[in-house]
Design a protein around this ligand. Structure first.
Ligand code: ITT
Length: 186
């Protein structure tokens, strides 16, 4: 199946394509400006996006992906505001907020939205627990990857290969569910 990835983020396109391809699916990036509402959950953002894309008859099958990092000591901030925070205070701003904070626990969450050719919609959620380190490390990946170490590892997402990131990441885990769902169709 060729699936359209509705995202402006090339890091996501690489990850989603590399997960889909071994299962015989191909993927193309679709540059549609899908509006993102300001709300308190990733699920609501995705529901709104799916309804909007369906109303515009955007070419299916398609996937949208909304993700964020939820930092325990910051009462789950930046969460749904991760993009805004990344674009404004950036990783150095987050690290400053975390100065002197012992609890470094953080969870990445990813909600994928899927629309099939028959118009049906589904969501798939994935999480990855880990810790924020005190400085940026590594050059791979994108976004918050240089400051996040997943549980069970001593390297940031940026220092891991994309295969290793996909094995444990929020996006990898949501994609596993989506691919299982596709394989059970028909
Ligand atoms: P689209 O909405 O166009 O898909 P985006 O970059 O705005 O792209 P999100 O709103 O989902 O995507 O992402 C919120 C922020 O979280 C943004 O700064 C991303 O770079 C970052 N992010 C998302 N997934 C990530 C991941 O796997 N690793 C590191 N940072 C990630």
């Amino acid at each position: 199946m060729n699936i359209n990835l509705v995202t402006s983020n090339s890091g996501k396109v690489e990850e989603l394509s590399s997960i889909l391809e071994p299962f015989g699916h191909s993927a193309s990036q679709l540059n549609v400006e899908c509006p993102e509402i300001q709300t308190s959950t990733l699920e609501e953002v995705v529901d709104f996006g799916l309804d909007w894309l369906a109303s515009k008859n955007v070419q299916t099958p398609l996937i949208i992906d909304d993700a964020g990092v939820f930092v325990e000591a910051l009462k789950n901030f930046p969460g749904v505001y991760s993009r805004y925070v990344y674009d404004t205070i950036g990783l150095s701003g987050i690290l400053r907020q975390m100065e002197g904070v012992d609890n470094r626990a953080a969870t990445f969450r990813c909600v994928l939205g899927l629309i099939l050719d028959d118009g049906s919609k589904r969501k798939f959620v994935g999480e990855c627990k880990g810790n924020l380190i005190h400085e940026m490390k590594g050059t791979g990946g994108f976004g918050y990857d240089p400051i996040f170490v997943p549980e069970g590892y001593d390297k940031t997402f940026s220092e891991l290969s994309s295969e290793d990131k996909n094995k444990v990441s929020h996006r990898g885990s949501a994609m596993k569910k989506l691919i299982k769902f596709l394989s059970e169709l028909k």
